[in-house]
Design a protein around this ligand. Structure first.
Ligand code: ADP
Length: 643
């Protein structure tokens, strides 16, 4: 019989699919089951008004059969079937809904074969695993049946077929390709593989999916044991079972599903052995109808910050998973959320492009963002310990959300942020800091550094500490960027303890400092000059109590940011090289070191310059900034101490 040719577009798609990577190939089963389910939907619908169908709801089913000897896998349904014309029209060409877009996507980035794993590509996916596909079908209301056979892109045959059984329906026989080194197609004949694929992709198809499964039972033998009873032994037998659970957990009423059930489901579905922090259930009806079951994990997946981690929610439509990672449903700052969203309005063959422009999807995404935010806030208010666990795993993600969004996500995220409190000795929410503030306290104080223990001793924080005010210790690289983006919280401005103006000095104190600075103008200028361009200025500070000096910065870039940029430069190219903080050396006029400096300045300028260098070195050390010339510093200290 003469072979008919596929349309060229279909041919190209076929070639792409056949060459797709192995792990994506398994979706062929989902596609065929979903077609079978649709066909049953159609006939079931007809049966509502047409008695001639002769089937009731309970009679409809999908059957999967594996034949190891012949290497075939058969998927059959008693749905609406196809006429010869339909077989030709439906299976001879791919020119439906998503396929055109699909083709364009492929042309844009032909290397991105992943697209096949993401979207329904329908019947053709069978050729990813098949050397030959045979479809026999009888359309509802027709006497004859037809047989369609194809071995792939070189075309297909279509002829009438003597169907051995009555009734409408379709049977698809897949002859699996020969196994090759890294692609074992015969896996698809293994009972447990098929079961797990059905569970994974089609668990919630509402029609039953039957399959023969091997079971064991105890049977009596003719042998007798010591007591004269018949001995028992185990024997395997085959039973046809329904594999899919049919009613998804997220569709069951809340009253029927416990939190434990949800947690179990989460662990199994998302391969996490840690209990989720919390589960969020949504059942929305109205303009946009959808159901969602969302989980906030408690532990960071090991690959969370790697390319391997795929964010996104699973998308279901009428019980069928249509996308495993729909990233458009989650904002970047909540990318740790896992879960499922089902809406009858999603189409099966929807493409990524189309999804991005889908209005409904946007509405759902906005709702989901609000729900997640509300749930996290609730957790913070009601169970801070649990929130802490969550925050240790994903707080950094929230911070990135603020820092990367250039303030865009400020309102959404600010009240979820926690920093380490100098007083509490642990992370506390911004809201709590503000609540604890005494009335006269003007600013939210923070200090940046490597760790809390070092920050506890930071000289420039002495004055704030003495006042009894709480300080946020920022120890993560991102923290200062977060503060910059936030600028303030509940109308309280953030202030670094490095800042010149800490709002702690009385007018009198200020005047006194000014007076001293004028008095020591020449000395301060001398210090700056002795340091040979290393500092932008030297000044007197009220912040210091027991310490002789400290390092501060003026302008936009803080010392911590300078460190961060330096580290980034090492890691990636194209980072600005001149991100250097403008250093300020602050001196304590009440300290004996200042008196020594001053008297040297008057009698021995060379010695005074040495003092200035040592003080600068001390300030660097206390700020955890490496000395530029440790050998010089060491010999200077030696000279001054031991002569
Ligand atoms: P899609 O399902 O997205 O339309 P497919 O390539 O999977 O694309 O299928 C093409 C068409 O073939 C379907 O729309 C349907 O009309 C028909 N079809 C496929 N499988 C079956 C089946 N088992 N029973 C009846 N019709 C089917």
């Amino acid at each position: 019989m003469a072979k008919k040719q596929f349309k060229s577009e279909s041919k190209r798609l076929l070639d792409l699919m056949v060459n797709s990577i192995y792990t994506h190939k398994e979706i062929f089963l989902r596609e065929l089951i979903s077609n079978a389910s649709d066909a049953i939907d159609k006939l079931c619908y007809i049966s509502l008004t047409d008695d001639k169908v002769g089937l009731s709801r309970e009679d409809f089913k999908i059957t999967i059969k594996a034949d190891k000897e012949n290497r075939t896998l058969t998927i059959s349904d008693n749905g609406v079937g196809m006429t010869a014309k339909e077989l030709e029209a439906n299976l001879g060409v791919i020119a439906k809904s998503g396929s055109l877009q699909f083709k364009q996507d492929m042309e844009d980035k032909p290397e991105d074969i992943d697209i096949i794993g993401q979207f329904g590509v329908g019947f053709y996916s069978a050729f990813m695993v098949a050397s030959r596909v045979t479809v026999t079908s009888r359309a509802y209301g027709e006497d004859g049946a037809n047989k369609w056979v194809s071995e792939g892109s070189d075309g297909y045959t279509l002829e009438p077929f003597e169907c051995p059984h009555e009734g409408a329906g379709t049977e698809i026989v897949i002859e699996l390709k020969e196994d090759v080194e890294d692609e074992k197609y015969s896996d698809y004949l293994a009972e447990h593989k098929l079961q797990s694929l059905i569970k994974k992709y089609s668990d919630y198809v509402h029609w039953p999916i039957f399959m023969d499964v091997t079971k064991s039972r105890q049977v009596e033998t003719d042998e007798l044991d010591d007591d004269g009873n018949k001995k028992k032994t185990w024997e395997d037998y085959t039973e046809t079972d329904v594999i899919n659970s049919r009613i998804p957990i997220w569709q069951r009423p809340k009253s029927e599903v416990t939190d434990e059930d949800c947690a179990e489901f989460y662990k199994e579905k998302f391969f996490d052995h840690t209990e989720p922090t919390t589960v969020i259930r949504v059942s929305a009806e109205g303009l946009v109808s959808y159901q969602a079951m969302l989980f906030i994990p408690a532990a960071q997946p090991y690959d969370y910050f790697s390319r391997e981690y795929k964010a996104g929610l699973q998308l279901y439509s009428s019980g069928i998973m249509i996308m495993e990672h729909c990233a458009d449903l989650l904002p970047e700052h909540f990318r740790f959320v896992r879960g499922i969203v089902e809406s009858p309005d999603f189409s099966l063959n929807i493409s990524r492009e189309m999804l991005q422009h889908d209005r409904q999807l946007k509405v759902i995404a906005t709702n989901i963002e609000k729900k997640v935010k509300a749930e996290l806030k609730k957790l913070m208010d009601e169970d801070i310990e649990k929130y802490e666990t969550f925050y240790k795993a994903f707080g950094i993600q929230l911070k990135y959300g603020i820092a990367n969004g250039f303030g865009m996500n400020r309102d959404m995220l600010a009240d979820l942020i926690m920093f380490y409190s100098s007083k509490a000795g642990k992370l506390i929410p911004l809201t709590e800091y503000v609540k604890n503030m005494p009335e006269e306290q003007k600013y939210i104080y923070y200090a940046s550094g490597d760790n809390a223990a070092l920050l506890d001793k930071l000289p420039q924080a002495e004055q704030v500490r003495e006042k009894g005010y709480e300080i946020f210790y920022l120890t993560e690289e991102i923290d200062e960027f977060v503060i910059r983006m936030l600028r303030n919280f509940e109308e309280k401005e953030f202030r670094s303890v490095n800042d010149e103006e800490l709002g702690l000095e009385s007018d009198e104190d200020k005047k006194e400092t000014e007076r001293q600075e004028t008095e020591n103008k020449d000395l301060l200028e001398f210090v700056k000059e002795s340091l040979d361009g290393k500092i932008a200025s030297a000044r007197l500070s009220q912040k210091l109590k027991s310490h002789p000096c400290c390092l501060a910065a003026q302008g936009e870039i803080s010392l911590e940011m300078e460190k961060y940029f330096k580290a980034m430069q090492g890691r990636q190219e194209g980072m600005p090289g001149d991100m250097r903080a403008e250093r300020v050396l602050e001196l304590n006029a009440g300290h004996s070191s200042f008196a020594a400096l001053k008297s040297a300045f008057e009698s021995d300028k060379e010695k005074a310059a040495k003092y200035a260098k040592v003080l600068y070195g001390q300030a660097l050390l206390m700020a955890s900034v490496p000395l530029e010339d440790p050998a010089e510093f060491s010999s200077l200290v030696g000279e001054l101490l031991f002569g």
